[in-house]
Write a protein that binds this ligand. Structure first.
Ligand code: N2P
Length: 353
């Protein structure tokens, strides 16, 4: 009888110890919560980071800056590292949503192109590290569109019925219409905005728009399902890799050139893990892995050097200086963004004639 009691007590002690260690391991599990664009990182990189650091990556995705901003405002503590574009970083700084990065934990910043540091959207470079950059342009299928496309006018031409995939992103699509009309993409002038709205509603009513989409565009273009698309440069290159009939152009009226950064929220629960993640993504071999998977332009000078002529000689990834000079950077237009958002909804809900 005594033996049975001893065995029972021993079992209870062992079980309690197991529960204790499991619970403690859970509590101590190191994590980092990432909020990134769809299809914007090489998945293998996440596994490598987890293996090297023991920090588990939770990945959540968004499709546009506007979509991301709503979610971060509503629940800032849910995200440690976020990947906003330039103008959205500017917005997040002014809304006090971001933490200053401790750059002692990000030594790989040394590999980032100096020309992209201390940018207008983050004066003093306190809050962000550039991740990728690119342009907005037109991707077209040369078997369906036989004349070379040079102007935004092509996506407003009624001869191209049911042919154009438009980017479902207010700053991008209203921005290109403004640019076509000779206005700034950052205008706060209601009359200019109205002209852009009329042009985009006409495009819809004329039956030119096939769909308003974001991340599906690259696959549809690769599959030959549409003749033309408004697209970000990396998604264009991704589709070109799959379909050699596709060609990317930044129209002559100019376009948007952008930088997406990595930022850490002020409410981050895992700030040091977040800094470790940012640092990992700045490591040249990792930056190269990401660049060659998602085909955006890398700000990492070492990675660019390793990619060589394939990268530097490709005008989609590395546009000539005169094209860059003709492009505009998006700025935070503060509360006027609400007007853009409303205009964009009106355009999308206009019915075709
Ligand atoms: C989407 C990545 C887009 C980044 N796949 C545009 N700033």
């Amino acid at each position: 009888m005594k033996k049975i009691w001893i065995i029972l007590i021993a079992l209870v002690v062992v079980a309690a110890a197991v529960v204790f260690f499991v619970v403690r391991a859970r509590i101590e599990e190191k994590v980092v919560n990432i909020f990134n664009w769809e299809d914007y990182i090489n998945e293998d990189v996440l596994g490598m980071f987890e293996e090297e650091t023991g920090i588990k990556v939770n990945m959540m995705n968004f499709t546009t800056n506007e979509d991301m901003l709503v979610k971060v405002r509503n629940s800032p503590q849910s995200f440690d590292v976020v990947f906003p574009s330039d103008y959205a970083i500017e917005r997040m700084i002014s809304e006090d949503l971001l933490a200053e990065i401790n750059f002692e934990n990000v030594p790989n910043l040394q590999y980032i192109d100096e020309n992209l540091l201390n940018p207008g959207y983050d004066p003093g470079n306190l809050y962000s590290v550039p991740y990728m950059w690119g342009t907005v342009g037109i991707l077209y299928n040369t078997t369906m569109i036989t004349e070379p496309v040079t102007s935004w006018g092509a996506i407003f031409d009624p001869q191209y019925q049911d042919s154009v995939l438009m980017l479902d992103s207010p700053r991008d699509s209203i921005g290109l219409a403004l640019k076509y009309l000779g206005y700034s993409m950052n205008t706060r002038d209601p009359l200019e905005l109205n002209d852009a709205k009329d042009l985009l509603i006409k495009q819809k009513k004329d039956g030119i728009v096939k769909a308003y989409q974001v991340d599906e565009i690259k696959d549809k273009m690769a599959a030959g399902e549409a003749a033309m698309a408004v697209i970000w440069s990396g998604d264009a290159q991704y589709a070109i890799e799959l379909n050699g009939d596709l060609h990317y152009v930044v129209p002559e009226e100019g376009s948007n050139i952008w930088v997406d950064g990595m930022v850490i929220t002020k409410a981050a629960k895992n700030k040091e893990n977040a800094e470790a993640f940012v640092n990992f993504l700045c490591r040249p071999d990792i930056a190269q892995m990401n660049c060659e998977e998602i085909w955006y332009s890398s700000p990492n000078t070492e990675a660019v050097a390793m990619m060589g002529e394939d990268y530097t000689g490709n005008p989609t990834l590395n546009p000539p200086a005169e094209i860059v000079a003709n492009c505009e950077v998006l700025l935070d237009i503060q509360d006027f963004i609400e007007v853009y958002n409303t205009v964009w909804l009106e355009i999308k809900s206009a019915t075709a004639n």
